[in-house]
Every structure is written in structure tokens, then in C-alpha cells.
Design a protein around this ligand. Structure first.
Ligand code: LLP
Length: 409
């Protein structure tokens, strides 16, 4: 059996079991995860970088389901967290504190206090002001790194290009010497790491290589650095593009960082291809201008197409001889931004067909919402050929859980 998603006898399967069968049981829409894909992706990182035994800190924001944390913890993963909530979830999922790095450009006092209380391995400071705050809160020496903004073009969507000089993240090269002289005088800071994260869905190696070289040469100059953190991982192919794989990523990076301990924070490349959003066709509509396939999943379940114009392949649950059409695949939400694909060449669907929106393991459920009063959908993972619910479908009760009607209304 191949891990992940493949057609078996004309039916799309996840880790060997038919997706339409799971849909009958669970109801649509829902996210379906391949445990094998996650294990395979994490193992690829571990093996590719084995020469330097890195601390792999899975980026919690990619998908913060505690069952996924549990699986990754068992494989030896740590976590990159950027909020108290993510820290709480990572710990609940069994990620040990000594493998957690706390990132973020706007940490509050409460964030830093929790990070210290939970004894995370490393706090990565994003600004000089934050260094002062950490030093004032810490009562004893704690491990701190600084995030450098290397000013490098990552060639990705502008919303997720985080290492440009104009971006809000990190300390720029120009302020670095000042930051180092300040940090060295701080009593409660054990300055051990230089870090960068230049963006996400990066599909070329050169921006990583350039940034790593900049950091390493700076780290060698200043002396006290033990760890180099190269931020998130590689981008993934959403449309069968030919991208460098994890092993070529490692081949380029390892020789540059080999004199240091390496931290990597991959998110997308660990869970991205591990799931699809399973939806059912509700209606078909044809106007003079367009054809529409209206499905029961919507932008509240998967906002990436609407927000970044992202492409996700859409595969039928069952392969049938059908005419190829060009259609918009849209949800039931009351705005035109509610699309999962636009002008997509796709086989004509029939009412009640299952469609699977692929590569939806990352920044998908984690960015979902209750917009339009829609309960968030369940997450299911195939474990040993069984579909196991790892998050229940929300109910109406969940929709009003934190709402109050004060007296007088
Ligand atoms: N480390 C830091 C500090 C990060 O900010 C991120 C992602 C990562 C690691 C993980 O990067 P990855 O390996 O996943 O590329 N919502 C957007 C992506 C935002 C990424 C934010 N930071 C999307 O749907 O494409």
C-alpha cells in the first residue's frame, strides 16, 4: 500500500481505505488525514538531516490538532509555537518542553511568563524591546535566540514573505550589532541561537542557502552561538510541480550549518499533503458566464483559495468517464469570495458526488472559522486502516459557548 492518497479500483483512498465510505459514516464536509503521510514526511526530514541530528520543531500553526502532536512527539518531534494557546496544545499533545521553541513578533508579557514557567527550551526574540522584557521577567538564566531578518527575497506569496527588509519580523542586519551588544549585558539571558524564517511555501533552495550563509558567518564572528534555527521548511507541490525535495534541501543546508546545532521548524512539508477536505456536491448551476459546482464545504473550512488565491487540486471520490468542463467550485457562504477553485478544468460532477480538496493538511483546519454560523467540521485520521475521529464536528452549542445575553437586552 502506498501512503497517502491514491485511487484503488477507481475509488480515491486514504491509507488504503475508501474515502466515500468514510464520508457515509462521518457526513460531509470533513478533513481526512493520512497518518502514514505524516510519518513519512517527518521521517524524510529526520533521515535527510541525520548527519547533524537536528531538533525538528514542527510548526504548530500548520495544524494544531493534539492527535497530530502526539504522533509527531512519538517520532521525536519538538514544536515551534507562537502563542500561549499553541504552547498549551503542544504540551497536551505530549511534546516535551525541552523541545519547544517559542517564536513570534508580538509576544505579550503573559506569553513570556508562560514560556518561562513551562520551561521551554528556547525563546526566540524578535526585537530589542522584547529582549529587555524577557530579561526583566526571567529570574534566572534562560535560553534566548534572536530572529534575524536577513533581507532576502523568498519568491513566495507576499503575505507569507517574512524575511524582506520591509517585513515586520526580526532584527535587521543593520541593527544586529547593537542588539548583540545589548544582549551580552543582560543578566538573565543565555544567548545561544540565531534564527531566521524568511517565509513559507518557498519552492527554491537559494533563499534558504543565502540566509543560512549570512547567519552562519555572523554567528562565527560573534562566537557564543551554539544553535542555528533556519525556520520553516520547504514548500510543497500543490499542482504536481517539480520542486526540490527534502534530501536536496538537506544536502545544501547541512554543509553550511554543520559546526552548529541545527533547529528546523517545518510545518507545511510535514502535514500539507497529509489531508484532504472531503465535500459533497449540492447543486450544479450553469449561467451564460459560468458553470458552478456548489459543494457543502466553504471558505470558512478552507480559506486559502480566497485569501491567497491558492491552488488546491480537486479530485473526485470515484473516477468515472465524464465530460471535462471548466467550472468554479464554490461553497454555500454568502459572498463571491467563497470559492475553493476558480475556472478549474474538472470532470463534470453529479449531485451528491464526493469531491476531495487535496493538500489541505496545513493552514487549512487551523485557519477555519464559524463564519456564516457554520459549525467547524470534524477531522478524521486513518489509523491502521480505521477512520478515527480526532476532532468532533462542532454543534450549535459550540456556536454559543462563549456568548452571553446580558440582563437588559
Ligand atoms: N517558523 C515560523 C517562525 C513561522 O512563522 C512559520 C510559518 C513556520 C516556522 C512554518 O513554515 P512552513 O514550514 O509551514 O513553511 N497561512 C499561510 C502560511 C503562513 C506561514 C506562517 N509561518 C498559508 O496558508 O500558506
Amino acid at each position: 500500500m502506498k501512503m497517502g492518497f491514491e485511487y484503488i479500483k477507481g475509488h480515491l483512498c486514504c491509507d488504503g481505505i475508501r474515502i466515500d465510505g468514510v464520508a457515509e459514516k462521518i457526513g460531509t464536509p470533513f478533513y481526512l488525514y493520512s497518518k502514514e503521510a505524516i510519518v513519512g514526511n517527518f521521517t524524510s526530514y529526520k533521515e535527510a538531516f541525520s548527519e547533524v541530528s537536528p531538533l525538528i520543531c514542527y510548526a504548530a500553526k500548520a495544524n494544531a490538532n493534539i492527535a497530530i502532536f502526539k504522533l509527531l512527539a512519538k517520532l521525536g518531534s519538538g514544536c515551534d509555537v507562537c502563542s500561549q494557546g499553541e504552547l498549551f496544545l503542544a504540551k497536551r499533545g505530549g511534546i516535551p518542553s525541552k523541545k519547544i521553541v517559542f517564536n513570534g513578533n508580538g509576544k505579550t508579557e503573559a506569553d513570556i511568563k508562560m514560556a518561562i514557567k513551562e520551561k521551554v527550551f528556547l525563546i526566540i526574540a524578535d526585537s530589542i524591546d522584547e529582549l529587555f522584557l524577557i530579561d526583566s521577567i526571567a529570574k534566572e538564566k534562560i535560553n534566548v535566540g534572536i530572529r534575524i531578518n536577513p533581507g532576502i527575497e523568498p519568491k513566495t506569496h507576499p503575505y507569507v514573505a517574512t524575511g524582506l527588509e520591509k517585513s515586520k519580523f526580526g532584527i535587521t542586519m543593520a541593527s544586529l550589532n547593537n542588539a548583540i551588544s545589548i544582549i551580552r549585558k543582560m543578566e538573565n539571558i543565555n544567548f545561544i541561537c540565531l534564527s531566521f524564517h524568511i517565509g513559507s511555501q518557498i519552492t527554491e533552495l537559494s533563499p534558504f542557502v543565502e540566509s543560512a550563509k549570512k547567519l552562519v558567518s555572523f554567528a562565527k564572528e560573534i562566537g557564543e552561538i551554539k544553535y542555528i534555527d533556519i525556520g520553516g521548511g520547504l514548500g510543497i507541490p500543490y499542482n504536481n510541480e517539480n520542486f526540490p525535495g527534502i534530501s536536496s534541501f538537506a544536502k545544501e543546508i547541512v554543509p553550511i550549518v554543520k559546526d552548529f546545532k541545527l533547529i528546523i521548524e517545518p510545518g507545511r512539508s510535514i502535514v500539507g499533503n497529509s489531508a484532504c477536505l472531503v465535500t459533497r456536491v449540492l447543486y450544479l448551476k450553469e449561467t451564460k458566464a459560468k458553470r458552478f459546482i456548489i459543494v457543502d464545504a466553504a471558505m470558512n473550512d478552507l480559506i486559502r483559495p480566497a485569501l491567497y488565491n491558492s491552488f488546491h487540486r480537486i479530485l473526485p471520490g470515484e473516477l468515472r468517464e465524464q465530460e471535462e468542463i471548466v467550472a468554479d467550485i464554490v461553497g454555500p457562504i454568502c459572498e463571491d469570495g467563497d470559492f475553493l477553485a476558480r475556472e478549474r478544468k474538472i470532470n463534470q460532477a453529479s449531485l451528491s458526488d464526493i469531491l476531495c480538496i487535496m493538500d489541505a493538511g496545513t493552514y487549512s483546519f487551523s485557519m477555519s472559522s464559524n463564519y456564516n454560523g457554520r459549525a467547524r467540521c470534524p477531522e478524521v485520521m486513518v489509523i491502521d486502516k480505521k477512520p478515527c475521529v480526532i476532532r468532533k464536528r462542532e454543534t450549535f452549542k459550540d456556536l454559543i459557548r462563549n456568548q452571553l445575553i446580558p440582563d437588559g437586552l
